[in-house]
Ligand binder design. Structure first.
Ligand SMILES: [Zn+2]
Length: 730
């Protein structure tokens, strides 16, 4: 941003005298840092809790699922607001995608007794929105239509190992209806659906057990944040872990008139019926199941013993869907950079919600509207960022990361040439605990940014982040899940990035560094009709202080990337993360083909794949990164930088992330091109995806080939970083 440097000069001199931290910012010369500090303090003073709340109410006043009239009206509302706020080039982009809508659903237990499932969420006292007749019933996006009567089998979390256990008990699910539950830790329901489909089940019912997000956790809505008896977790079952976005345009944009593959050939389109249930509707089924007693860790929070089932419980399930082509709308706006308009910092949040979207995503949307108001106000006052800020309101994230994927595919080449980074905010706030995610090269700048923000507790966001991380580490230890994310600065940001939100296309397809920001807390109404304005005002963020903090954090992070003299990438930090990832592959059981007993005494065990060449390539990359860090700091400390040199250095540094892309993608999933970051089918993070999956599958020729690809990328980036360094030292 550009502002008059005369005003405030004296105050800044004093500030820099008292606080070194405020005038030293990664990527900035001392003079630019002083200026940036002034811009940021003006920026931070603009968002207010009252405005956050007002915007939140607008977005949560009616259900606004992807493709609905209301969601499209909200796109127009955002466009009009952004124009008023001073954003430029505001445009609504249309994509004609394969969408999904429910027509009707019914579930009836016909044996051993009769029970008609309600498939609705009962109104709650004190929450007027919960009485809205426009709230949808139970449905899962991308389920197929069908009509089936079959016995029910309980399959726990619906993961492959759960079916192995059923097989051990001589229970088949072929042609039957599997009843699975939402699991903790989270496993994407689309993976449960694919697993049920592969097992030959006729349909999948997925319910919310009170043990996971209901009364076993604490007080339920309207008295507490946890899920009440009737809450239904809607969601899509799209196989977007294979390829996200419109299933009929894998790898290219669904602009009107685009080529489309037949839906039968689309790998991400499910071929199974699926329906979500509240525990109220699941209970009659579960308590009537006979057959073997389910194992201890399959038992849940309902007050009876769970059984695996045989032929006793029969249900009639009928689902009618209206799946087909429909328009989704992405709203795009920008603030053009004053000096480097062709370098972009991209930001986004999705607009579509399963119902009201109190947390998911409207907390993020409210924070985005205050972000854009504050940025617009600065621009109107003549304070323009050096680089261009591009801001998008995505559509259909909930269906298959659809809007962001189509937009990212449409502008992939331009983004690869211009984009510095993407900053995603999906659920901004469901509580006070901060979680920051970043590719490792941006982790240090994110940590530094949190030092300049104040948490509602009065401490710095950095301090409360550390406290949260320490507490979670302790809890992780107690629950037996080893969590090696310590609380040193270097391990504060989560650098293990899976899928499940709109950053996916930018990281995995375009090759852009990404950052994700979120405050969370106790939250049991995810994707239900109870995730609404009432819930936010009573439990999530009653004073809207965390919404406000999110707008501040999001904007300051973007401004630092937009205004830096030399982009604040840290490749030494990247290298040390990659070393950890490689170390984890080295510890995979499959790496050691023969058991220790098969090894002759005195003979060293040999791994199936030699990782030493990769580790030495990582060492070289780290050394290059360290040298560059030192040269960059020296250069910045010396003041003014020649603009031509800055351009060369910045574009070189932007190229590093692109160099992690393999155009062929990871084996079996060509859309996912990043060789460091991927996601498992559950959405969980998966580092070195091609190599790791090959090692797990003991496919040694593929593992060797993937190792070579990784080694080559490390060598290329080492050469590139060394070249950039030589520009600074000669
Ligand atoms: Zn979301």
């Amino acid at each position: 941003m550009k502002i008059s440097r005369v005003a405030g000069c004296l105050t800044l001199a004093l500030l820099s005298f008292f606080s070194q931290a405020q005038t030293s910012i990664l990527g900035f010369t001392p003079a630019s840092a002083a200026h940036e500090t002034e811009v940021e303090s003006k920026y931070k003073s603009i968002p207010t809790p009252d405005e956050e709340r007002r915007q939140h109410r607008i977005f949560t006043s009616e259900p606004h699922v992807a493709g609905s009239k209301r969601n499209n009206e909200l796109a127009e509302y955002i466009r009009d607001e952004w124009k008023k706020q001073g954003l430029e080039d505001v445009i609504i982009r249309r994509y004609d995608v394969y969408g999904t809508n429910p027509k009707s659903a019914s579930l009836e237990m016909i044996a051993p007794t009769h029970y008609q499932a309600t498939l609705r969420e009962a109104p709650l006292d004190g929450d007027p929105d919960s009485k809205d007749p426009a709230i949808s019933g139970a449905w899962l996006g991308m389920s197929i239509s069908g009509d089936v009567t079959a016995p029910v089998v309980y399959a726990h979390s619906g993961n492959p190992e759960d079916y192995d256990l059923l097989r051990k008990n001589r229970i088949t699910v072929k042609g039957k209806i599997v009843l699975v539950r939402y699991s903790n830790p989270y496993s994407y329901r689309g993976f449960k659906a694919l697993t049920a489909q592969r097992e030959g089940a006729a349909a999948m019912l997925v319910y919310s057990d009170p043990q996971e997000d209901g009364y076993k956790k604490g007080k339920v809505d309207p008295d507490g944040p946890w899920g009440p008896e009737y809450h239904i977790q809607r969601g899509a079952i799209t196989y977007d872990f294979m390829v996200p976005g419109d299933p009929q345009t894998p790898g290219w944009a669904s602009v009107p008139g685009a080529k489309r593959i037949p839906i039968e050939q689309a790998v991400s389109a499910p071929k199974i019926m699926a329906l979500p249930l509240s525990w109220h509707d699941a209970k009659p089924l579960l308590e009537n199941l006979d057959g073997p007693l389910a194992p201890q860790d399959w038992q849940g929070g309902l007050p009876f013993q769970y059984h695996l089932g045989s032929e006793r419980v029969k249900v009639h399930l009928k689902i009618e869907m209206d799946n087909g082509i429909q328009p989704y709308y992405v709203v795009e706006g920008r603030i053009r950079g004053a000096e480097l308009p062709d370098e972009w910092v991209v930001m986004g949040n999705h607009r579509d919600a399963w119902v009201f979207g109190g947390v998911d995503p409207s907390s993020g949307t409210a924070s985005m509207m205050e972000l854009t108001r504050a940025l617009g106000q600065l621009a109107k006052n003549g304070m323009r960022p050096r680089r261009t800020l591009v801001i998008c309101s995505w559509d259909g994230e909930e269906v298959g990361l659809t809007g962001s994927t189509e937009w990212g595919e449409q502008f992939a080449d331009e983004l690869r040439a211009k984009a510095v980074a993407y900053i995603n905010v999906d659920e901004a706030t469901s509580g006070p605990n901060f979680h920051g995610q970043a590719v490792a090269s941006l982790a240090p700048m994110l940590v530094e940014t949190t030092r300049t923000l104040q948490d509602p507790s009065g401490k710095s966001l950095y301090d409360t982040w550390k406290a949260t991380a320490a507490r979670e580490k302790e809890e992780g230890k107690q629950s037996g899940q080893m969590n090696d994310s310590g609380v040193s600065d270097g391990s504060l940001a989560d650098t293990r990035i899976g899928s499940g939100s709109d950053h996916t296309v930018f990281l995995n397809f375009v090759g852009m560094p990404v950052i994700g920001l979120q405050f969370d807390g106790d939250y049991g109404v995810y994707h239900s009709g109870y995730d609404d304005f009432y819930w936010m005002n009573h439990f999530g963020d009653p004073g809207y202080h965390y919404h406000t903090l999110m707008s501040q954090l999001w904007g300051v992070t973007a401004l630092r990337l937009a205004n830096a003299d030399l982009l604040p990438f840290d490749f030494a930090s990247y290298a040390s993360n990659i070393r950890q990832f490689v170390g984890e592959v080295g510890r995979e059981k499959t790496m050691w083909g023969q058991p220790p007993s098969a090894v002759q005494p005195g003979e060293a065990r040999k791994p199936m794949l030699e990782l030493k060449p990769i580790l030495s390539a990582v060492d070289n990359f780290e050394a290059a990164g360290q040298r560059l860090n030192e040269s960059l700091s020296r250069k910045l400390a010396a003041g003014q930088i020649d603009p031509k040199l800055a351009l060369t250095l910045n574009h070189g540094m932007m190229q590093v992330e692109r160099n992690w892309l393999n155009p062929d993608g990871i084996p079996g999933r060509p859309w996912f091109k990043h060789i460091l970051y991927g996601a498992r089918f559950t959405y969980a993070h998966l580092e070195l995806p091609g190599l790791t999956e090959a090692v797990e599958a003991q496919d040694w020729p593929t593992a060797k080939q993937q190792a070579e690809i990784l080694q080559r990328a490390l060598q290329n980036n080492t050469t590139l970083v060394n070249e950039l360094n030589s520009r600074l030292t000669h």
